[in-house]
Design a binder for this molecule. Sequence first.
Ligand code: DGP
Length: 109
Amino acid sequence: MSECIFCRIVAGELPADVVYSDDEILAFKDINPAAPVHILIIPKRHISSLGSVKSDDIPLLGRIMHRISQIAKDRCPLNEYRVITNIGKSCGQTVDHLHFHLLGGRKFD
Ligand code: DGP
């Protein structure tokens, strides 16, 4: 059994409120939302962070970006939103599995 929480969600070992899933991408609601729309978009394959992507990952990263824009079109008012990824503990990364926060539905400064 993986020790990575997000790998366990991908494997169905932990529950999640899934909003999108395909062969390589999963999107689910953040357990601790910071905005009315707060969705995490992850590769199903374990990649630790954006800091460890390889050139082979470029097509996957493009598909993740495209998927984020599709989810945002459906869920974010005015199609306005923020996308964040944290890399490393000192910058707020608490789960060592690449994830993009899609935040929307409120004003950000
Ligand atoms: P970060 O701080 O960038 O590593 O963001 C990790 C996010 O993951 C944080 O906003 C809370 C969320 N999170 C942590 N554990 C779980 C979980 O088990 N389920 C869900 N849905 N979200 C989780």
